[in-house]
Design a protein around this ligand. Sequence first.
Ligand code: ZN
Length: 136
Amino acid sequence: MTELCEICSNSIRGQAEIVEVDGAVFRVCMICSKLGKPVKKPKEIQFKRQALPKIGPAYKKYEESDVELRRDFNKEIRNAREKKGLSQEELGQRISEKLSVIKHLESGTLKPNDILSRKIEHFLNIKLLIPQEDEE
Ligand SMILES: [Zn+2]
């Protein structure tokens, strides 16, 4: 697509020059660009700010964060553990928790606190803490 010079109407080869003539800004060809003051092209500034994780530090309490323990956390844990081919005992050893803790977690009688949740999430590569908005 060829752009036309806004002053002489000739097609512009390559990139249009942006100049200011009598306070007006034109997109012009190289030749006409000498008629006006060059205007700095607006840079497409991309804010490549590091996306802050929604979930705060691991030590954040539920009350302060916008995540909560999913209701089927026990199934999640069991499924993920079985996928890894680990026994409850082995999982306990890996995350330094007692076998009884794992058993209670998987039966749903024990809710992991946030720290334990993070540990399990990390080890089993699952999500136990989910944004509250996603809850019905
Ligand atoms: Zn021109």
